[in-house]
Design a protein around this ligand. Structure first.
Ligand code: HEC
Ligand code: HEC
Length: 228
C-alpha cells in the first residue's frame, strides 16, 4: 500500500516539475521581512537609555513571568517536493535550506535515506531537484591509516615525519565515485523550514560577489581562492 502511494506521488511530482521549471530561477528572499530597517532600529537595545524587563527577553514578556510565557507558534507545513520554491542562500555557499516538506523523510537512518532517491545527480534532473554538488563526492579529510604500530597521515608517520596529527594543515582532496559518507546525514546541515515570526530582526547582510551564489553553489570553483 505504502509503495503504491509513493509511485502515485512521484507521477504528480513529474507533472509539477514541468509546471514549476520556469519558476525555479526565482528564489525566496529570506530577509524580506526579517531585515526591516524600522524594526531593527526599534529593537536595537544599544540605542536606548533604559531597557525594560519586557524588552530584554526574546519572548517579550516580563522576565519574572517567563515560565508561563508561551513559545511562538511555528507552522511546519510545507509544499511537497517539486512544488516548493527554493530559498535564497543565507550567505555565499551556505548549505541551502530545505524548501519542501520532509514528512516521512526524517529521520535519516543507515538503511533509509530517501533524500538520495531524488538528489543523486542521476535522479535529480528527472524530478527537478538540485543535484548533489561535487563537494559531496569529495573527501577533504587527510587520509589516515595504520602501518604496523604507526599512524600514517597523508603519507607522513606521526611522531616521526610530523609531530602531531594536526600538523597536516591541507589534505589532498579525493574525488570519489560515490557519496562521501561524511555527507550521509543530510539534515545535519540542511534544515527544514517553518513559517514563524522571528523573535528578533536579522541584522546580518550576506555579501554575494557580483550577486552570484544566491541560488546555487560555487564552492568547488572558489575552494582554492587565496590558498597557495
Ligand atoms: C521526491 C523527491 C525529493 C525528495 C525525497 C527530497 N527532495 Fe529535496 N528537493 C526536491 C525538489 C524537486 C527540489 C526543488 C524545490 C521543489 O521543487 O520543491 C528540492 C530542493 C531541495 C533543497 C534546496 C536546494 C537548493 O538549490 O536550494 C534541499 C537543500 C533539499 N531539497 C534537501 C533535501 C533533503 C535533505 C531531503 C531528505 C530529507 C530531500 N531533499 C528529499 C526533491 C526531493
Ligand atoms: C557537512 C554538512 C553537509 C551535509 C551532511 C550535507 N550537505 Fe549538502 N551542502 C552543504 C553545503 C555547505 C553546501 C553548499 C556548498 C557546496 O555546494 O558544497 C551544500 C549544498 C547542497 C546542495 C546544493 C547544490 C548546488 O549546486 O547548489 C544540495 C542539493 C545538497 N547540498 C543536498 C544534500 C543532501 C541531499 C545531503 C545528504 C545526502 C547533503 N546535502 C548533505 C553541506 C552539507
Amino acid at each position: 500500500m505504502r509503495m503504491l502511494i509513493k509511485v502515485a506521488a512521484l507521477g504528480s511530482l513529474l507533472v509539477a516539475t514541468s509546471l514549476y521549471a520556469a519558476e525555479s530561477a526565482k528564489v525566496v528572499d529570506i530577509n524580506a521581512k526579517a531585515s526591516d530597517a524600522k524594526r531593527i532600529a526599534k529593537e536595537d537595545l544599544g540605542t536606548k537609555k533604559t531597557v525594560t524587563e519586557e524588552a530584554l527577553g526574546l519572548r517579550k514578556v516580563d522576565l519574572y513571568k517567563e515560565d508561563t510565557a508561551e513559545p511562538v507558534k511555528a507552522d511546519f507545513s510545507r509544499p511537497a517536493p517539486g512544488e516548493a520554491q527554493k530559498f535564497e542562500r543565507a550567505f555565499l555557499n551556505a548549505p541551502p535550506m530545505i524548501p519542501h516538506s520532509v514528512e516521512g523523510l526524517l529521520p535519516i537512518t543507515k538503511d533509509n535515506n530517501q533524500c538520495l532517491n531524488c538528489h543523486m545527480p542521476e535522479a535529480a534532473k528527472g524530478v527537478g531537484a538540485t543535484p548533489l554538488p561535487e563537494s559531496h563526492f569529495t573527501n577533504f579529510r587527510p587520509t589516515t591509516v595504520m602501518e604496523g604500530s604507526n599512524v600514517v597521515k597523508e603519507g607522513k608517520v606521526v611522531g616521526k615525519d610530523i609531530g602531531n596529527t594536526s600538523d597536516i594543515k591541507v589534505a589532498k582532496a579525493k574525488h570519489l565515485k560515490t557519496l562521501y559518507q561524511g555527507r550521509f546525514n543530510c539534515s545535519q546541515c540542511h534544515a527544514p523550514q517553518a513559517k514563524v515570526d522571528t523573535a528578533v530582526a536579522n541584522t546580518f547582510t550576506p555579501d554575494f560577489k557580483d550577486g552570484k551564489g544566491k541560488a546555487g553553489s560555487t564552492l568547488m570553483d572558489v575552494m582554492n581562492e587565496g590558498v597557495e
